[in-house]
Design a binder for this molecule. Structure first.
Ligand code: PLI
Length: 458
C-alpha cells in the first residue's frame, strides 16, 4: 500500500515571531539564570519545551468564546456552560472551578486527609504530593516497577501494582487510607498511561475497603487516546467514550485545565459526592473566589468549556500525541537514550545514560537541560533529583531512580520542522556528553525547589 501521511487537523491563522540569541548570549543567559531553565526569560528562548502547561494555542472558537465572557461576580453564564460541559463530557456531577490544578489539590487534600493518613498513588506529582503532605499525609508510591525503568517497553507504565496497594492496606489499615491518588497520564514517569483493565481492578479493590479514588485528570484525554491505540477491546471506541469510562471509575477529580483542556489558565475540582462538594464550595470562597468563578474570569471559563470539547476529538489527539511520538522516534533512531515507550506530552531524556560520569549529587538532568539551552536555545525541564526534593525526616536529597530531562510539547504550537531542529540539537549534545561537567546548588528554596533553585558549574 502507498504511504499516506497524517497532518495537523488545523491551519495557522496568527503567528508569533521567535528570536534566537547567539551562543555567547545563551551562555550568559544560562549563567545569569543560575543554570535553572525556569529562571530564563522567555524572550531568550528559541523553542520553548519547558512545559505543556498553559502553553497551548487556543482555537478561533476559543478566542471567539473569550468575547462572550460574562464578567458578573456571581452566576456567570460561562460558569453554567462549563458546569454542563464537565457533566456531559467528563461525567462528574459537581464542579468547583479553580484558577489552576494545585488549588483543587489543596482543597481535596484538606477535605479528605486527616493527619497520619497514607495516600497511595501511581507515582507522585510535585504539587499533588506537597498538598497531601501539608495536610498531614504520607505519600506511598504504588506504581508498577516498570514505571521506574526507562528501558521497559511495558505499554501501561501508569498502572497501579495491586500487590503494593494491598500490602499498604494490610500494613496501615484501610481507615488510614482516605483515597488512592490516580493520575492520567503519569507525568513523572514520562507521560505514561494507565490501562482501563488496571483501573477497573483498582476500583474493585478500593470499593471492598471503602477507599475513594481521586483522579488527577490533567491529561485524561491523552491517556484515553493511548488506551484506544494499545489496550485490547478499545480500538472501536472514541476518545470521548474512553474518557467517560475512566472517569466513571473514580469518585473525585482535580484538573489542571492548562494541559488537556487547551487553555492558558484554569482548573477545577469535580466530585460525585455531595458532602465533598459542599465543603469545597465553602473552602473555595476563602482561597480562590466565589464558587461560580473560583479565581477565573468568565471568559476563561468559556475558553475552557470549548477547549474540553476540542480535547476529546480523536483527530486532535492523533495529531497531538503523534507529534510527540514523531520527536521521540527521531531520537530513538539516533540512539539517544529516552524513556520508552514515548509518552503523550513529551519526550523524556535519560540524563543518567547521557552522563554516566556524573553522580546524582552533580545534578545530571539539571546539567543536561542547561547544555541543551546553550546548544540551541531549546528550553527543557529537569525531572530528577532537584524535582524530587528532600526527605522530610532525614533532610537528605530524595534520589529518584529516574533522572530525566523533559522535552514537553505545547499543544498546537510548533511544527514538524521545529521538532527536527530540537532532535538535531539533542543529538549534538548527546555526542558531546562526555565533556559535560556537573553543577553545584548554591541556593535552595524551601518548597518545590526546582522552580527557583540556583546552580554554579563545577
Ligand atoms: O500547574 P497546575 O497547578 O495547574 O497543575 C498541577 C499539576 C497537577 N497534576 C499534574 C499531573 C500536573 O502535570 C500538574 C502540573 N504540571 C506542570 C506545571 C507541568 O509542567 O507538568
Amino acid at each position: 500500500m502507498k504511504k499516506r501521511s497524517w497532518a495537523e487537523p488545523y491551519k495557522i491563522k496568527m503567528v508569533e515571531p521567535l528570536r534566537m540569541l547567539s551562543k555567547k548570549e545563551r551562555e550568559k543567559a544560562m549563567a545569569d539564570a543560575g543554570y535553572n531553565t525556569f529562571l530564563l526569560r522567555s524572550e531568550d528562548v528559541y523553542i520553548d519545551l519547558l512545559t505543556d502547561s498553559g502553553t497551548s494555542a487556543m482555537s478561533d472558537r476559543q478566542w471567539a468564546g473569550m468575547m462572550l465572557g460574562d464578567e458578573a461576580y456571581a452566576g456567570s453564564r460561562n460558569f453554567y456552560h462549563l458546569e454542563k460541559t464537565v457533566q456531559d463530557i467528563y461525567g462528574y456531577k459537581h464542579l468547583v472551578p479553580t484558577h489552576q490544578g494545585r488549588a483543587a489539590e489543596h482543597m481535596i487534600s484538606r477535605i479528605l486527609i486527616k493527619p497520619g493518613d497514607y495516600i497511595p498513588g501511581n507515582m507522585y506529582f510535585t504539587t499533588t504530593k506537597l498538598h497531601q503532605e501539608l495536610a498531614g499525609a504520607k505519600f506511598v508510591d504504588v506504581i508498577v516497577d516498570e514505571a521506574h525503568d526507562p528501558n521497559s517497553e511495558y505499554p501501561f507504565k501508569g498502572d497501579i501494582d495491586l500487590n503494593k496497594l494491598q500490602a499498604l492496606i494490610d500494613k496501615v489499615g484501610a481507615d488510614k487510607i482516605p483515597y488512592v491518588a490516580m493520575a492520567t497520564t503519569v507525568n513523572m514517569a514520562g507521560g505514561q498511561p494507565i490501562s482501563l483493565k488496571n483501573l477497573k481492578a483498582v476500583r474493585e479493590l478500593t470499593k471492598k475497603y471503602g477507599i475513594d479514588i481521586v483522579h488527577d485528570m490533567t491529561r485524561v484525554a491523552e491517556n484515553a487516546y493511548m488506551i484506544q491505540q494499545k489496550e485490547e477491546g478499545y480500538q472501536d471506541k472514541t476518545v470521548a467514550e474512553i474518557v467517560k469510562e475512566i472517569n466513571s471509575l473514580t469518585d473525585h477529580a482535580t484538573m489542571s485545565a492548562k494541559k488537556d483542556a487547551l487553555v492558558n489558565i484554569g482548573g477545577f475540582l469535580a466530585t460525585n459526592d455531595p458532602r465533598v462538594f459542599e465543603e469545597a464550595r465553602n473552602m473555595v470562597v476563602v482561597y480562590e473566589g466565589l464558587h461560580t468563578y473560583g479565581g477565573l474570569a468568565g471568559r476563561d471559563m468559556e475558553a475552557m468549556a470549548i477547549g474540553i470539547k476540542e480535547s476529546v476529538m480523536d483527530e486532535h489527539q492523533k495529531a497531538r500525541v503523534g507529534q510527540v511520538q514523531y520527536l521521540g522516534d527521531l531520537l530513538i533512531k539516533s540512539g539517544v537514550p529516552v524513556v520508552k515507550p514515548i509518552g503523550t506530552h513529551g519526550v523524556f531524556l535519560d540524563a543518567k545514560a547521557f552522563y554516566p560520569h556524573l553522580s546524582q549529587d552533580e545534578f545530571p538532568a539539571q546539567t543536561l537541560a542547561a547544555e541543551l539551552y546553550i546548544d540551541s536555545g531549546v528550553r527543557a525541564m529537569e525531572r530528577g533529583v532537584v524535582s524530587a526534593g528532600r526527605n522530610k525526616e532525614t533532610g537528605q536529597h530524595n534520589y529518584p531512580k529516574l533522572e530525566l530531562v523533559r522535552l514537553t510539547i505545547p499543544r498546537r504550537v510548533y511544527t514538524q520542522a521545529h521538532m527536527d531542529v530540537v532532535a538535531e540539537s539533542v543529538i549534538d549534545v548527546f555526542e558531546n556528553a562526555k565533556n559535560a561537567r556537573g553543577l553545584k546548588m548554591i541556593y535552595e528554596p524551601k518548597y518545590l525547589r526546582f522552580f527557583q533553585a540556583r546552580f554554579e558549574k563545577l
